[in-house]
Design a protein. Structure first.
Length: 288
């Protein structure tokens, strides 16, 4: 694809949370996610990608080519059917022609930013658009140190029913949070998948960096507390295939708690060190 990305990238981001729940687990009463063996905090890739999608939707509202597929406005299958209708292809017929599926898939990639970036499973319904592997992939974020999950009791003044209002008693609830946690997440961007599959471009890449840097700024809530993107490091390869293994590059960035800090409570309780001696063909870019 003519305008697709030409260089491979990896990136490392650090973000922190203060007095909040960065990513609740619905199977555990929406408590902050942790590794049960180490108590290290976890934020899923799905959570991070949701915030990126939300920023792109706000920043590029009603702009052609920057729709968001994965959101709760309509069913996915109806969006797949829309692609067929826009291309004047037959709809609601089983045994789709493979060329029609490819055309519809290309239409989706062109018009939906999150599919160009992250890919999507679009093989459902009577008007499937296939399965797309996206060039941008993000690992789970993990806290540098174990986090301690607390529950505090809150009271409710406004009652939902007349019976509860007549009862007159104060209703109690719980709120789960961690006092502080510094999290690290790592990501990958494949130029080859961008070129061969989705057409993810240089302009799309710049929007991705902007979305990561600002993903918490328009996503505030009482439950999540104070969340900040602290650092974003980008490794740019001179080629599409890559010039060094990702893990070698990731190992060059470390975050460590200060020796005199027992319980970290702020970002300045940590030092982030960077080995700036890069393998040949790698450029390190500090975005923030």
């Amino acid at each position: 694809m003519e305008n697709a990305l030409r260089n491979r990238y990896e990136f490392v981001m650090f973000f922190d949370v203060e007095n909040g729940n960065p990513n609740g687990d619905p199977d555990a009463g929406n408590m902050p996610r942790t590794d049960p063996e180490t108590s290290v905090g976890i934020v899923t890739d799905v959570c991070l990608k949701r915030k990126i999608r939300n920023f792109v939707e706000l920043a590029k509202e009603n702009e052609s080519g920057f729709n968001i597929l994965i959101k709760s406005d309509r069913s996915l299958n109806s969006k797949f059917t829309d692609a067929y209708q826009k291309l004047n292809l037959a709809t609601n017929q089983k045994g789709k022609n493979s060329d029609d599926v490819k055309q519809a898939q290309a239409y989706i990639c062109k018009n939906y930013y999150d599919v160009r970036a992250f890919g999507a499973v679009m093989s459902t319904g009577n008007d499937p658009c296939g399965i797309v592997r996206g060039p941008v992939q993000i690992n789970f974020a993990k806290s540098i140190d174990p986090v301690f999950v607390q529950d505090i009791t809150i009271t409710r003044q406004a009652k939902t029913t007349e019976d509860r209002q007549a009862d007159g008693g104060t209703e109690m609830g719980k709120k789960s949070f961690i006092s502080y946690g510094l999290y690290r997440a790592e990501g990958y961007i494949s130029a080859l998948l961008a070129q061969k599959v989705t057409g993810f471009s240089e302009d799309d890449l710049e929007l991705l960096w902007k979305a990561i840097i600002n993903m918490f700024e328009n996503d505030r809530s009482a439950a999540r507390g104070k969340m900040c993107l602290r650092k974003l490091y980008v490794f740019k390869h001179d080629s599409a295939l890559g010039n060094a293994p990702a893990h070698v590059l990731f190992d060059k960035i470390k975050a460590e708690k200060h020796a005199d800090v027992v319980v970290p409570r702020k970002f300045n309780d940590y030092t982030i060190t960077v080995d700036e001696v890069m393998p040949q063909g790698i450029t390190l870019i500090e975005k923030i």
